[in-house]
Ligand binder design. Structure first.
Ligand code: ATP
Ligand code: MG
Ligand code: FE
Length: 339
């Protein structure tokens, strides 16, 4: 059983092939055009998807050594994401499934981030340990911050989420305030490694229950920089590592406080993270440490399956294929798709 999956929800055009449950290829074309604008420009993103999609799909098939005619299904990201970007992947997948007379499978991008934990790639000589059901996943990305209870591969419930900015946005906007290029999350991570996480204190805010809020800390950082730069124009440059380490430490603590609460309230002890921000080295090490303290079994995705990729879309599609959960040709993208 061979699945070709396509991901085009934001600014990564990606295609992957999963053959008999094992990942054979995962090609990602990242759109560099957005850097000069300091964020993703939707119209430019959809045009870049149009340019990339055919070569990316061809390369994924070639790397997997699988002919189009050997495919069993075509999967695609239906949402959430940018409408123009989703349209490219959706239309391409529909046309390909129609042309090959094989099933079409729609995938929810946020569910796929979670299901990235089930990917076995060619480098695995044996199956990696997988979370058992139910497990909790903290999904942290550019557009979302969610606490999810996963009852089975396709049955997930959001038990907490951000009421304003996503944590990835908080990373990227903080980086922008520091004059770092987009996307700044990975750069904060990089500079934080050399800094003191306790050098500066930022307010963590108070959100009831399992929800998050990241807009307050963004404003606090804005005022903090403004006041310090007034006193010393070179403040940011002279203290970049300490500032990055302190911002990262605060954001990670905010995430882990809620994760701890969710684990306590649900009694679940298999704990995972997913999404672009799960690539953050501070979050990965702090979660590992917390997991040891709490007696959790912690699951951290391989680095390459944290940010957007089609491998996770293929993985989600495989679970749907097993249940013959197919999609009609009349499908259209859902920019605000929920689950
Ligand atoms: P969504 O999945 O919510 O639709 P998205 O697809 O744009 O949003 P992802 O690709 O999953 O998001 O993640 C991108 C985000 O991850 C960006 O905000 C980026 O800054 C952040 N990110 C990536 N690597 C790191 C890192 N090492 N440290 C902190 N943030 C990171
Ligand atoms: Mg991206
Ligand atoms: Fe994503």
């Amino acid at each position: 059983m061979n699945i070709l999956a396509i991901e085009s929800s934001c600014d990564e055009t990606s295609a992957a092939v999963l053959a008999n449950g094992r990942l054979k290829s995962n090609i990602i074309a990242t759109q560099l055009i957005h850097e000069q604008y300091g964020g993703v420009v939707p119209e430019l993103a959809s045009r870049a998807h149009q340019q990339h999609i055919l070569p990316v799909v061809e390369r994924a098939l070639a790397d997997a050594n699988i002919a189009k005619t050997d495919l069993s299904a075509i999967a695609f990201t239906r949402g959430p994401g940018l409408l123009g970007s989703l349209l490219v992947g959706t239309s391409f997948a529909k046309a390909m499934a129609l042309g090959l007379s094989i099933p079409l499978i729609e995938v929810n991008h946020m569910q796929a981030h979670v299901l990235a934990h089930f990917i076995d790639d060619q480098h695995d000589d044996r199956s990696r340990p997988k979370p058992g059901f139910p497990f909790l996943c903290l999904t942290v990305s550019g557009g979302h911050t969610q606490l999810v209870r996963i009852n089975s591969p396709l049955e997930m419930v959001v038990i907490g989420q951000t009421q304003d900015d996503a944590v990835g946005e908080a990373f990227d906007k903080s980086a922008k305030l520091l004059g770092l290029p987009y996307p700044g999350g990975p750069l904060i991570d990089k500079y934080a490694k050399e800094g003191n996480p306790l050098a500066y204190k930022f307010p963590m805010g108070e959100m009831p229950g399992l929800d998050f809020s990241f807009s307050g800390i963004k404003t606090a950082i804005l005022y903090f920089l403004r006041d310090n730069i007034k006193a010393n124009p070179a403040f940011t440059a002279e203290n970049l590592a300490d500032i990055c380490a302190s911002i990262q430490h605060t954001l990670v603590q905010m995430l882990l406080n809620k994760l701890k609460r969710a684990a306590r309230e649900t009694g679940i002890r298999d704990i995972a993270i997913a999404g672009g921000v799960s690539a953050n080295s501070g979050l990965r090490s702090a979660l590992t440490k917390l997991g040891d303290e709490q007696g959790w079994t912690v699951f951290i995705p391989r680095f390459e399956y944290c940010t957007d990729n089609a491998a996770m879309i293929a993985m989600a599609a495989q679970f749907k294929y097993e249940q013959s959960d197919f999609t009609a040709q009349t499908v259209s993208p859902l920019p605000r798709m929920s689950f």
